[in-house]
Design a protein around this ligand. Structure first.
Ligand code: NAP
Length: 501
């Protein structure tokens, strides 16, 4: 193929050839080949396609994707045929001026076009797209694509769950070797795109996602993110694999970037990939299939994973939640690095060694608040736990001899007394979630130190209001970094040198 490292294909979905070339030039350093999605071009451009490969200066795939296959082409098959024929015709004897590949669907057959492709060195990608779900009989779907030895079968499906992705991955692992493209689209298919080399695919499809160059297919990442965030060029099929487990919101988590940047700079042959799933059972199945060495766990699986652990660290037992898995011979060992991460981050913020003599309000009683409560307890804080659901606040507070209360104006007096430090550990105000300020009933007077576990946005409404009143504030970004450093230590058996997380 084209590059020594795993090749990256940029799908170009601009309305003009000039816009596509400009986008390619901007990202060229990350790209080994391009797919010209001719179905996205303005009508006036559609018959100028022929000149594109020479201008692009990289191997090009010609694709005219119909709407029913996830593309934009809505005219009849006759028009599409003429477009493809014109794009491939008058082929030059210089192969670089021709399209290197033509993506022709499994129901598209035109002997003259296929013969021309073979004559002028254009390889046919024989594709089928299941835009919702995966076929019951994957063997039959795949075999229908293998009509000629020199063609490249491309099976693109859209798993509706992590379980459907598992089925695809398990099936692909048993296929005999040949040039092929097998991928899962959408959120649940994301790992199969990043791990395209492990799926046995020839290259990874990527695309941009902006007004001029819309995403080519669901679940694609940008070439830059594939190469930089996901180490697409500097890891191999047998590099150690780690996963981030959680619901679909993990696809915008900063954790992959944090870990993969550290793995790269510390010269670890390792990669962390988000693997979204609705249930922990589905997540664990995928870990097995991809031979994952360890995982970071977030909402909603931190508690659900407990029954599946062969070992639980003391913090996991105390907190009742696990955010880190390590593969051991007897099964999954579970750890929790959130309490340590919070502690290191907040003590740095306070410039203190512990919380002794401090009166603290903890807002929230969910998974993150449980880790915070353990840390506040073991480092000597006096604390009130406030939560929307008061029974959960009571259960958490009782564990450590704290007091508790409701998260409304009945708590004004107690917050006033427990106001050396206010820790916000609910999901209220988180980007993509519910907007709001969980302490809106309380007026800051400026002496309070306010720490919000949320780091996206970097300043929640609560932090903005606290700052306006003159309070010192911090968000949860350093906690994220420090709990990730704890995960690195568990996975690699050594502390990351300072500055790497
Ligand atoms: P969780 O287990 O789902 O708990 C959610 C908490 O938020 C509960 O206390 C819940 O109260 C409360 N809540 C949710 N919606 C609310 C609303 N509309 N009004 C008032 N309270 C509401 O989630 P989690 O794992 O604890 O995570 C909480 C936050 O911490 C998230 O934003 C997460 O991103 C952040 N976090 C940050 C880090 C970091 O490293 N910085 C680490 C872990 C978590 P109820 O009990 O009444 O439902």
């Amino acid at each position: 193929m084209i590059a020594d490292s795993f090749p990256v294909c940029l799908c170009l979905t601009g309305k003009t050839l000039a816009a596509n070339l400009a986008a390619l030039d901007e990202h060229r350093q990350y790209v080994d080949l391009v797919e010209l999605r001719a179905d996205c071009l303005d009508p006036s451009e559609k018959f100028l396609i022929r000149s594109f490969p020479e201008k692009a200066g990289l191997p090009c795939i010609l694709t005219v994707r119909r709407k029913s296959d996830g593309g934009c082409f809505v005219d009849g098959e006759g028009v599409r045929l003429v477009m493809i024929a014109k794009a491939l015709s008058f082929a030059s004897s210089d192969a670089r001026a021709n399209f290197a590949y033509a993506d022709l669907e499994s129901d598209f057959h035109m002997a003259t076009i296929e013969d021309a492709c073979r004559t002028f060195g254009t390889r046919i990608i024989r594709s089928v797209h299941y835009t919702e779900g995966i076929p019951q009989d994957l063997d039959a779907a795949y075999e229908a694509l293998i009509q000629e030895d020199d063609e490249i079968p491309k099976l693109a499906v859209r798993p509706r769950s992590a379980a459907e992705l598992s089925r695809l991955v398990a099936w692909a692992s048993g296929l005999p070797k040949r040039d092929r493209l097998i991928l899962g689209m959408g959120d649940y298919g994301f790992p199969s795109r990043i791990l395209a080399s492990r799926m046995g695919s020839l290259f990874c499809y990527t695309s941009l996602d902006n007004a001029d160059m819309p995403l080519a297919a669901p679940g694609q990442t940008s070439p830059e993110s594939f190469v930089e965030t996901y180490r697409g060029r500097d890891t191999k099929v047998d590099s150690d694999l780690y996963a981030l487990l959680g619901d679909r919101s993990i696809l915008s988590s900063l954790s992959p970037s944090l870990h993969n940047t550290a793995f790269r700079s510390l010269k670890k042959d390792a990669l962390l990939v988000p693997m979204p799933s609705e249930t922990i059972e589905e997540a664990l199945e995928n870990l097995g299939l991809f031979n994952v060495k360890g995982a970071a766990i977030t909402v909603p699986h931190k508690e659900a994973v407990l029954p599946y652990l062969s070992f639980q660290s003391t913090d996991v037992q105390r907190i009742g939640a696990c955010n880190t898995l390590v593969a051991r011979e007897g099964g999954w060992a579970g750890y929790n690095t959130d309490a340590d991460g919070f502690e290191r981050s907040v003590l740095e913020f306070l410039e203190r060694e512990d919380f002794k003599g401090m009166k603290v309000t903890l807002i929230g009683a969910g998974g993150a608040a449980k880790s915070v409560a353990l840390s506040l307890f073991r480092r000597g804080a006096e604390c009130v736990v406030l939560n929307r659901t008061i029974s959960t606040a009571r259960a958490l507070a009782r564990k450590y001899g704290f007091i508790w209360g409701p998260l409304d104006d009945r708590a004004i007096e107690v917050v006033t007394r427990y106001s050396d430090l206010i820790v916000q550990a609910t999901s209220l105000g988180m980007k993509g979630g519910i907007d709001g300020d969980p302490l809106e009933f309380y007026e800051f007077d400026g002496h309070e130190k306010v720490y919000d576990l949320i780091y996206k946005p970097s300043k929640t409404a609560l932090l903005v209001r606290a700052e306006e009143a003159g309070c010192r504030t911090a968000n949860g970004y350093t906690m994220l970094r420090y709990q990730a450093a704890g995960q690195y230590k568990l996975w690699m058996g050594e502390l990351p040198p300072s500055g790497h997380y």
